[in-house]
Structures are given as C-alpha cells and as structure tokens.
Design a protein around this ligand. Structure first.
Ligand code: FE2
Length: 146
C-alpha cells in the first residue's frame, strides 16, 4: 500500500502545483482577450482545486498523512513553479504541458491502484484522467491558429 500512497502524494502535489499556476495566471493575465482567459482560467483552477482535496482524502483513507506545505509540494510536484508573467497564449501552452505532467502522475497512480485492485481509487483516478484529457483538449485549442 506504501507505493500507492507515494504515487497519490505525487499526483496530489502535481495537481496542487497545476491549480496554483492556473490561479496565478487567472490573477495576472493581460491583453485583448483578458476577459476570456480570466474566465477560462477561473473555471480551470476551481475544478482542479476540488480534486486536490479529493486526492488528499483518498490518502487519508489509506491511513497516511497528507502533504500540505509549500516545501513538500515543491519536492513532490512534477511541475515547475512560475515566477514570470507570460502572455495569455504562452500561459495556455505552458498549462498544456503541465496538464500532461498531471496526466502522467495520475496514470502512474492508476497503474499502482490497478495492481493492488483498489477499485474505488481506480475509478476515482479514471475520472480525473478523463477530466484532464478534456482540459488538455481546451488548452491545446487555445494554442492553435492565428
Ligand atoms: Fe478571481
């Protein structure tokens, strides 16, 4: 069960980092499409924020403690911190790449949960994978054309 706890902690930290970057971009985005980016990023951060709590509660269900500090999240997360303020379009392409990192950590946790036959966690992670694939479609769509 230890391997599942570790994989879920990583998925939780990467999801938190993704949430934080989307919220950061929601606050700081500028430009002619401000309103659209601001609203899209608002929906995105809110959706992922809810998932961070759900992943944490699955970790507690496995009787392990949940990481909840910046330093632990930074250690565990697969996503690099954002210190600059990119253009709206660059924000979308950065989040598209980060979304793939979230997917990869969710898939890794899913594989471990399958091995241990933890059906509830398998189902939960499949729903998260499905939602992040949809986020990926939307983020990718912003970066095409012009
Ligand atoms: Fe807001």
């Amino acid at each position: 069960m230890e391997s599942l706890v570790e994989a879920l902690k990583k998925a939780q930290a990467t999801s938190f980092a993704f949430y934080l970057k989307a919220h950061n971009y929601h606050w700081n985005v500028e430009g002619p499409n401000f309103s659209e980016y601001h609203a899209f990023l608002g929906d995105l951060y809110a959706e992922v924020w809810g998932a961070v709590d759900a992943i944490a509660e699955h970790i507690r269900t496995l009787d392990a403690y949940v990481p909840g500090s910046f330093s632990r999240f930074q250690e565990l997360s697969s996503i690099e911190d954002e210190l600059a303020v990119p253009s709206g379009r660059a924000m979308m392409s950065k989040l598209y790449i980060d979304n793939m990192r979230v997917l990869s950590d969710l898939q890794a946790a899913h594989a471990v949960a399958e091995t241990l036959n933890k059906r509830g966690i398998v189902n939960f992670l499949e729903d998260r994978i499905d939602i992040h694939e949809k986020h990926g479609w939307m983020l990718r769509s912003y970066t095409k054309g012009e």
